[in-house]
Design a protein around this ligand. Structure first.
Ligand SMILES: [Ca+2]
Ligand SMILES: [Ca+2]
Length: 99
């Protein structure tokens, strides 16, 4: 598999590792989302001082208002964070070339 294919598979695997916990593997409940973020996105969660961050994210991403995130609703979180990371990466690269 290519690097990108591995990435996509990891994304799916991570989602399902947490979504399966309450028996409904199709969606992440708030509890599952919280656990996923605590374990898989600890750096991001640390930068968010608000303890309600997970609630906000869930509300923001939950398109059909069932208080759960399916994979499609979960993806924008990853995409958004990836875009933020990419900006940091570019800044970092710029600094490197300046030196
Ligand atoms: Ca679930
Ligand atoms: Ca939903």
């Amino acid at each position: 598999m290519t690097e990108l294919e591995n990435c996509m598979e990891s994304l799916i695997k991570v989602f399902h590792r947490y979504s399966i916990e309450d028996g409904d593997a199709k969606t992440l409940s708030k509890k599952e989302l919280k656990k996923l973020m605590e374990n898989e996105l600890p750096t991001f969660l640390k930068t968010q001082q608000n303890p309600k961050t997970v609630d906000f994210i869930l509300k923001d991403l939950d398109q059909n208002k069932d208080d759960k995130l399916d994979f499609e609703e979960f993806l924008p979180l990853v995409v958004g964070l990836s875009m933020a990371c990419e900006k940091c990466y570019m800044l970092h690269e710029k600094k490197k070339t300046k030196k």
